[in-house]
Design a protein around this ligand. Structure first.
Ligand code: KIV
Ligand code: ZN
Length: 552
């Protein structure tokens, strides 16, 4: 059996479905570029039938990232002609394309959700996989809720898909119910009992409801799967999916045990994790395996003593391998334009124009005045804060606050609005951040609820730069009926195709050496994202129709 395990990243599809993970088109592109740097084999770029915006995002990713030496671009489609056609048109610009279609096979889904018999289910699989294969040579089929399907019927369904032309058979534990032993046994059973499976790739797709998605995926690999579906930071529906970085590093570190390898450039893992975390506004927990801030920190005296004497006493991986703590060229206030440009190039940062470079350089110099050693993580945060892929509909021009013991916290903000109008307002609050947020709300007037708020120091030291992420939910009027959709990022999640009334959550990110100012930037970013996503949906629809999106 071949030893290459394909990494199929579904951050932009299953991941983006999670509550609060709405990304703008530019953010999706940025994630896709990073996935290409990571060298994932396949990017599932989205679910084109969900909306013209989703179609346009997949199309754009296929155009920009789906180069001949880049990853295969996959698009998800329910097992019906319209979805499959939309998936096919959306991935057209990619050099390597894949249609991924799915149909539930568990009795509980067939009876209660799809109201289909097993016979009807097999007919749908045969016809729709066949239809997808008539368009595309690379077709993936997923029997949804395979984990709770009757094993004999699952064999039958997979055999039908193979016969109809599927080239990859992905076996989802949709509700995260199985144990590693059970999941491995299911893969083994299919490997041994489905005629023609030897010419196809078996794939894992595990959800983390019981906290064993990574263990289940690895069990699948042990039993013959040669593709793993996963997401950066394990984001996804409910408890999420198998985490890409954990699967990859388990295979990398225990390659001999698993007898397989991936082609992932592991030194890009930490950056991918930080990028996704910033875009969705969910900080990576410090104890998260592989990419958490403490994943390589040794606190206890005995461990420190051991590591200082011989690194491998307590370390099974090196931080450098995952892109943490690299051999950094530290910059400081004597570093000039040239050094800064070299640093950006080394970090793989592509700037749109000289104006962007200038803006960043000014922020960098400003930071050097306040911080002695400017590290890669600072620069990355600076870029994330400065070059956000969110249109600045309202720009924070000035913020001033007054607070202290026995004082009434007060803030004044000056914003520049969409018509270049300058608006100033002030407010009091329970603290300086509350006062600033109230003052901003008095100007923008889009009622919203602050759902999450987190502050983090990017590096060690008293002069560290603060990064702040916030998540807000628009109040009133923002509900969206996603009855026929899959792929929306919402605050309510039910079944994949069930009716649901949803409200979207938007995240924002801000950085500054002044923590309170970073809070102001983060809130402005979340508000701008909320306003921009609404505007973008209208614009993107026009772009999608112009590029070939159709409704029947
Ligand atoms: O979890 C699941 O079953 C899925 C399918 C659509 C592949 O995400
Ligand atoms: Zn899934």
């Amino acid at each position: 059996m071949e030893s290459h395990v394909r990494i199929f990243d579904t951050t932009l599809r299953d991941g983006e479905q999670a509550p609060g993970c709405t990304l703008t088109l530019e953010e999706k592109l940025e994630v896709a570029r990073q996935l290409a740097r990571l060298k994932v084999d396949i990017i599932e770029a989205g679910f084109p039938a969900a909306s013209p915006g989703d179609w346009a995002a997949v199309h754009e990713i296929a155009r920009e990232v789906g180069t001949p030496d880049g990853p295969t671009i996959a698009a998800l489609a329910r097992a019906n002609r319209e979805d499959i056609e939309k998936a096919w048109t959306a991935i057209q610009p990619a050099a390597k394309k894949r249609i991924h279609t799915f149909m539930s096979t568990s009795d509980i889904h067939l009876e209660h959700q799809f109201r289909k018999t097993r016979e009807q289910c097999l007919t749908i699989i045969r016809e729709m996989v066949g239809f997808a294969r008539s368009l595309c040579t690379d077709v993936e089929f997923s029997p949804m809720d395979a984990g709770r399907s009757d094993p004999l019927f699952l064999r039958e369904a997979v055999a039908v898909a193979v016969e109809a032309g599927a080239t990859t058979l992905n076996i989802p534990d949709t509700v995260g119910y199985l144990t590693p032993d059970e999941y491995g046994a299911m893969i083994r059973d299919l490997n041994q009992n489905v005629p023609g499976i030897e010419n196809c790739i078996l794939s894992t797709h595990c959800h983390d409801d019981l906290g064993v998605a990574v263990a289940n995926s690895l069990a699948g690999v042990r039993d013959g799967a040669r593709q793993v579906e996963c997401t950066i930071n394990g984001i996804g529906e409910r408890a999420g999916n198998a985490s890409l970085e954990e699967v990859v590093m388990a295979i990398h570190t225990r390659g001999q045990f698993y007898g397989v390898q991936t082609q992932i450039n592991t030194t890009e893992l930490a950056r991918a994790s930080r990028l996704v975390s910033r875009f969705i506004g969910v900080p990576v927990p410090p104890n998260k395996a592989i990419v958490g801030a403490n994943a390589f920190a040794h606190e206890s005296g005995i461990h420190q003593d051991g590591v200082l004497k011989h690194r491998q006493t307590y370390e099974i991986m090196r931080a450098e391998t995952v892109g943490l703590d690299g051999n950094e060229l530290i910059l400081g206030k004597h570093s000039g334009r040239h050094a800064f440009r070299i640093k950006l190039t080394a970090m793989g940062v592509v700037l749109a124009n000289d104006e962007e470079f200038q803006r960043l350089f000014e922020r960098f110099k400003d930071l050097c005045d306040r911080k002695k050693r400017v590290e890669d993580r600072d620069i990355e945060a600076l870029i994330a804060g400065e070059l956000q892929h969110i249109p600045e509909i309202y720009k924070l021009d000035h913020v001033q606050y007054f607070s202290g013991t026995g004082q009434i916290p007060t803030a004044t903000v000056r914003l520049i609005g969409p018509e270049a109008q300058v608006v100033v307002d002030s407010s009091q609050g329970t603290g300086p951040v509350d006062a600033i947020y109230r003052a901003i709300n008095r100007i923008i007037q889009r009622p919203n609820e602050l759902m999450e708020f987190s502050i983090n120091a990017i590096t060690e030291g008293m002069d560290a730069v603060a990064e702040v992420t916030v998540r807000i939910r628009e109040q009133g009027g923002a509900a969206r009926d996603d009855s026929e959709q899959l792929g929306a990022s919402t605050s309510t999640t039910t079944s994949l195709t069930g009716r649901r009334i949803t409200q979207e959550i938007f995240s924002g990110y801000g950085v500054d050496t002044d923590t309170v100012v970073a809070c102001a930037h983060a809130y402005m970013a979340a508000l701008n994202k909320m306003l921009a996503v609404r505007q973008e949906r209208i614009k993107v629809e026009a772009v999608a129709y112009a590029a070939g999106y159709t409704t029947d």
